[in-house]
Every structure is written in C-alpha cells, then in structure tokens.
Design a protein around this ligand. Structure first.
Ligand code: NDP
Length: 296
C-alpha cells in the first residue's frame, strides 16, 4: 500500500489559526502584543524571500513585526549594537538574525549577544541547555515542526526506534533531544556512520536532514516506517524551461513512498512548519517574559 502523505501545509495552516487565538488572548487578557524582530545583513536572495515571509506571517497573526535590512558591508559591532538594542526593547519578544551572515561578522558572537529570553531560534548556549534538561523555553523551529508532524501521524512515540541522519545544531541535534523526551530510542547518523543503509533499515522513524538530494532510497526503509524529509535541495530543471529549478528532498520520494507507512513530501512537508513554529516560539517567549503560562 502506498504511504500516507503527511501534509505539512495543512497542519501549518491549523497551527497558525491556533497561534492567532493565543495572540488574541495575550493582547486582550494581558495587554501583551508578541513582537518579532528579524535582522538580515547583505543580499542573499533565498534569505530575503524567507525573511519577507516571516514578516508577512507575523503581521497576519496580529503580532508586532520589525525587519532590519542592513547592507553587506555592515560591521560586526553595528550588528551587535542592534541586537543589544532589541534585547532592551520591551515591544520585542523574539530576535532572529538570518544566516548566512557576511564573512566579517562572527555568527557565534551574534548568537551569544541575543538575550536567551528572546532567542526564538533556540541557538544560544542557554537555550540549548534548557532544551537538553527539559526547562521551559523556545524549541528550535524545524525540529519542533518535525516533532509535531510525528506526533500527529503516530500519536505516541514512546519506545520507537528513531534514526536521524544529520547532526547539525540547527536540525539533527535538537530533534534528537525532542525525540528522547518523547521516549524514542534515538540513533544519530552522520557522514562517518558505517553501513548507513542498514542503520536506517532498523528505524520506525527516519528523519533525513543531510542536504543531499534523494540520498535515502526506498530499500533503506523498513516497511511501514514514518519518514520525515527535512532536506531542501534546489536542482536545475531544464524540462521546466531555461534556468528553472525544482526542489528535491534528501529522500528518494518515489521509491520510499512505496515502502513507508507515512512520508512527508518536498515541498509541502516540513518546510511550511518552520516559519509557523518561529511564530509559536515568539508567543512562548512573549508569555514567559511577562510571567504568563505559555500555550501547550
Ligand atoms: P548541515 O550541512 O549543517 O548538516 C548536514 C548533516 O548531514 C551533517 O551532520 C553531515 O554529517 C550529514 N551528512 C552529510 N553527508 C552525509 C552522508 N553522505 N551520509 C550521512 N550523513 C551525511 O545541514 P542542515 O542540518 O542545516 O540542513 C540539512 C538539510 O535540511 C538541508 O537540505 C537544508 O536545506 C534542510 N533544511 C530544511 C529546513 C526546513 O525548514 N525544511 C530548515 C533547515 C534545514 P557530518 O556532521 O559528519 O558532517
């Protein structure tokens, strides 16, 4: 039987509606309007589209949005000063500095300057530590989106074998923490893992976060497993016209969907969840900063 397709877009639409309800309550019951500031330095076309979408969705949900577009030659000191100003601004509850940054700016210094209370990307050492020991706080956006889709698809995750391919700070590592919290048995695979296909074959849950188009094949998947494809790979698509491209995931969707029980498509799977989780995190930090219980 072909796999169930996990529709991230539909789930994200529902979550957006729930967040709008939380924003309404924060405004009317507590006089708090959650505010998100996004900082972009230089001209990376992909980042510009992504940042505009973030700002648009923030406003659509009734939240306060600030967008700072700085020129390519902005100094590290200028970015740090802006972040400090946003740290002190009571109208702002979430700060996101879009990567990649130009080479004169050390991303680690920028991350270390963001107030942990406003760290909606969950990048600061303090946020990473909180996530590890289970304290309340923001949870990395893409991993949170993956977790929500898995819970929605499978219900209980307890006792399941999860194999995450990719160990980045952005996706693989925080997702491992979240799945451990849900009592999965977690294996993290990476570029030095031996016999990757057989490791993946043992998984009830496979998460691919590698950045290599169609690397994970159908015959690596245990029949009935749930497959979450985080990969976004833009490849040339001359069949669509000159200069056109298309998106591929890290999983070979065609062969994997013949074996898996459920699978996310690319696009339309994990991707739509990331921005909406950023907005959810901003509601969480706005609540915590104001001493209000954050929504579950
Ligand atoms: P990174 O490049 O930071 O990490 C890639 C990981 O894959 C590394 O841990 C690396 O191992 C591992 N890897 C590389 N090659 C292999 C291989 N041949 N076999 C096994 N493991 C391998 O990537 P990110 O985590 O930032 O992103 C991963 C993918 O997810 C990308 O396609 C990215 O575009 C996408 N993405 C999608 C998002 C969304 O919203 N849907 C959000 C964020 C990312 P090692 O550590 O040993 O080098």
């Amino acid at each position: 039987m072909p796999a169930k397709i996990i529709n991230g877009k539909t789930y994200a639409d529902g979550l957006r509606a729930r967040i709008a309800g939380h924003v309404e309550r924060l405004k009317h019951e507590h006089g708090v309007t959650p505010g998100l500031a996004v900082v972009i330095v230089g001209h990376d076309p992909g980042s510009e589209i992504y940042v505009s979408q973030k700002a648009k969705q923030t406003v659509e949900l009734g939240m306060h949005s600030e967008k700072y577009e700085l020129p390519e030659n902005t100094s590290e000191a200028e970015v740090l000063t802006l972040v400090q100003k946003l740290n002190a601004d009571p109208a702002i509850h979430g700060i996101l500095v879009q990567s990649p940054l130009p080479k004169q700016i050390d991303p680690m210094k920028v991350i270390a300057t963001i107030s942990p209370d406003k760290d909606v990307d969950c990048f600061t050492p303090s946020s990473v530590g909180k996530l590890q020991i289970g304290l309340p706080g923001p949870v990395s956006c893409t991993p949170l989106g993956c977790l929500m889709l898995l819970r929605d698809t499978l219900g209980q995750l307890e006792g399941l074998n999860a194999v995450i391919v990719g160990r980045s700070n952005l996706v693989g590592r925080p997702l491992a923490q979240l799945l451990l919290r849900d009592n999965c048995t977690v294996t993290m695979a990476h570029s030095k893992t031996r016999n990757l296909a057989s490791v993946v074959r043992g998984a009830d849950i496979v998460v691919a976060a590698v950045g290599r188009p169609q690397m994970i094949k159908g015959d690596w998947i245990k029949p009935g497993a749930t497959v979450i494809d985080v990969g976004i790979n833009r490849i040339p698509a001359p069949e669509r016209g000159e200069g056109r491209t298309r998106l591929l995931g890290d999983v070979d969707f065609k062969s994997a969907s013949e074996v898996a029980g459920a699978i996310t498509p690319v696009p339309g799977g994990v991707g739509p969840m990331t921005i909406v989780c950023l907005l959810a995190n901003t509601v969480t930090t706005a609540s915590l900063i104001n001493g209000i219980e954050p929504p579950k």
